[in-house]
Design a protein around this ligand. Sequence first.
Ligand code: PLP
Length: 269
Amino acid sequence: MKYDFDGVIDRSNSYSIKYEPSWRGKPDDILPLWVADMDFAAPGCVQEALIRRAQHGIFGYSEPDAAYFDVMRKWFEERFSWTTERDWLTITPGVVNALYLAVRALTKQNDGIVIQQPVYYPFEASIRKTGRQLLVNELVYKDGYYSIDFQDFEEKIKQAKMFILCNPHNPVGRVWNRDELTRMGEIALSHGVTVIADEIHEDFVFSGHKHLVFAALNPDFANITVTCTSPSKTFNFAGLLCANIFISNKDMRDKFKEEYVGCGLTSRA
Ligand SMILES: Cc1ncc(COP(=O)(O)O)c(C=O)c1O
């Protein structure tokens, strides 16, 4: 598909938080790069589908049908050789929302949760604001490259109930490889730690690298993991508020859904 990455689209008066008034007061040559919200238009097929839907004119309560899931299954199978099942899926208004739901559903007050800083700031917020204990496995920066201190990782995991993995990692840009993911998974497994795998940036990988779905590496990893995905970064429509959360472990999924219902995200409890 041919796509215009060069056209400049005026986003003023579009209620964009990226260009909110505090930014407009800054000199014109400052680019607002604080949020992963691109200045490219969503693909034509996305725009056309939205227009078709809008022209229907009625916006009552709705839910996705089998076709929605089939599109996703195809996407994950073709790109990542990951076979998903419809039962595993919960749709939430966002990955950050799912992060908070999973933290609340699968840990208790004061439980330790490991993150690998520097990392997307809502990870820390989801731990602090829910009264959990922050455990940081600092990434190691050397010669322009970030890597994991596995000894420290295991020390922190021993004190934890949950690990929030960011893969590909925002902001360090690493696409964790098979060895790194396997080591992290085995350490988490051996200490009974649940994993939230935030894979929202899965489609942004430079050639020579391959995104590996953590839960697809090993059925034992799948059994302890909440995988967070969303088309919102790939196609630049974060404002449409839609994330696809996969949990194959039924017990974990039931707890997650209970929290989802408990937050009033559906009236169909
Ligand atoms: C790693 C990561 N997770 C989640 C999000 C936000 O996801 P959502 O808008 O679905 O809450 C971002 C946005 O930049 C991100 O970088």
